[in-house]
Design a protein around this ligand. Structure first.
Ligand SMILES: [Zn+2]
Length: 439
């Protein structure tokens, strides 16, 4: 068996300065090495406390003309070309430090970022890379006419068709995404815009840094740019660049074939979201077949030392394991003796969905307790979003309850994604939010 591919970070600190597209001001971007499993994070050096934002689907904010990520009120705009370069050139972990709310735009391609990565060098780390293997076809469609299909493949491939208004500039390209192919075939392809689209933005002074220096402008049949086209099919190449950058937000390397027709940032983002959801669903379903006792888990007695809940409201029998700091799996066996079955419903016992939400909240609380390592503050269940009940739960079922911390703001707030799984199928799920208060 071949040795697993290892994660990589940059070998040393490297940066460059240029013009920011929207403000027209100078911006400096610096790449820093980062530890394994760090992923790509952006740091706003220009703000108080220098907040960092994870380049993850959960932080995706707007995807109109470019891709914006954010947390709280902090934003980083136009991240797709940097992310494409890092991902395609094989950098899994890096801290991208900036002194502005967007990277220097360069010439509108990914070339300056590729140059920067080559300057910093990519070095292997000790942990294997994380992959997302496409197992069955997935697809997203958008009102714009964009269609993205993802098919199983043992490599990361993109086949893309780009078409302008009235199908002008229709171009097609199919390729395997490797560092070498990206560097030669994709990275130099510049952003292109339609004059009618940018005219109102120029009038409102919203793209102060925009010029023929950093974009190709298409006006009717005319193609305006500072230097001639770098490829006869430069547009479709740039579309592929944007797909790579937007899908980098999944945080794993994709093994699959993206077939894209008239793609755009919003459709790309939809596909990235679908991949992230599918990954979470899969990891929730890889529950152990046996239910260990002791080991790294917690028995009922230990659970009751953490949770104040008691009969008939304790919805956790045993914690069967933690994975790192952020994940927990627990079980609850459902018997016909559960008090709620008396009334829900006589002759037709079905576990109430809200009791599953309660079980998820209790399991998430145990995770947060382990995380904060303090008993002076207590987590209060604040909200439940995206709650879905997918299948009924009957007496005799064993529920595997999974909770994963998806966001934490200091010691004040935490968000978790939770699943209840019975017989390898998700029966319910939800995003539960907690706030911490002094006891
Ligand atoms: Zn782009």
């Amino acid at each position: 068996m071949a040795a697993p591919e290892l994660q990589q970070t940059v070998g040393k600190i490297a940066g460059f300065t240029g013009t920011a597209l929207h403000t027209g001001e100078k911006a400096t971007l610096t790449l820093h090495p980062a530890p394994v499993d760090h992923g790509i994070k952006f740091k706003r050096k220009d703000l108080q406390d220098e907040p960092t934002i994870d380049a993850k689907v959960e932080n995706l904010k707007t995807v109109e003309r470019s891709t914006t990520i954010g947390e709280g009120s902090v934003r980083v705009h136009t991240v797709e070309h940097v992310l494409a370069a890092l991902s395609a050139m094989g950098v899994d972990n890096a801290l991208v430090e900036m002194d502005a709310n967007e990277p220097p735009i360069g010439d509108g391609s990914a070339q300056p970022y590729v140059d920067l990565i080559k300057k910093a060098g990519a070095t292997a780390q000790e942990e294997p890379r994380k992959f997302f293997d496409v197992r069955e076809p997935m697809h997203v469609e958008a009102k714009t006419g964009a269609l993205l299909v993802l098919l199983p493949d043992d490599k990361f491939r993109i086949s893309c068709t780009q078409a302008g208004p009235n199908n002008k500039f229709t171009q097609f390209l199919s390729m395997e995404v490797t560092p070498a192919a990206f560097e030669c075939e994709i990275a130099p392809a510049r952003t292109f815009v339609y004059y009618e689209d940018v005219e109102p933005l120029m009038d409102k002074n919203l793209i102060k840094g925009g010029s023929l220096e950093n974009a190709i402008v298409v006006r009717g049949e005319a193609v305006l740019s500072k230097e001639p086209l770098r490829f006869s099919d430069e547009f479709v190449r740039h579309k592929i660049l944007d797909i790579i950058g937007d899908l980098a937000l999944v945080g794993r390397r994709i093994r699959g074939h993206v077939v894209a027709v008239k793609p755009g940032h919003s459709a790309n983002a939809e596909l990235a979201r679908a991949l992230a959801r599918e990954h979470t669903r899969r990891s929730a379903m890889s529950a152990p077949r046996a239910i260990p006792i002791g080991d790294s888990g917690l028995d009922t007695g230990e659970v009751m030392k953490i949770l104040p809940h008691r009969y008939p409201f304790l919805m956790v029998d045993r914690v069967i394991g933690f994975e790192g700091e952020n994940k927990i799996t627990a079980i609850k066996s459902i018997t016909i003796n559960e008090p709620f079955f008396q009334g829900h419903f006589p002759g037709h016992p079905v576990m109430p969905g809200v009791m599953q939400v309660e079980a998820m909240a209790q399991v998430a609380s145990i995770l947060l307790f382990k995380l904060t390592k303090t008993s002076s503050r207590v987590g209060y269940f604040m909200s439940a979003d995206e709650v879905k009940f997918r299948k009924p739960v009957f007496p005799g079922d064993t529920i595997f309850i999974h909770a994963e911390l998806t966001r934490a703001r200091g010691n004040r707030m935490a968000k978790t994604k939770c699943y209840c799984v019975v017989n390898d199928a998700v029966v319910s799920e939800g995003e539960l939010m907690f706030t911490f208060l002094d006891k």
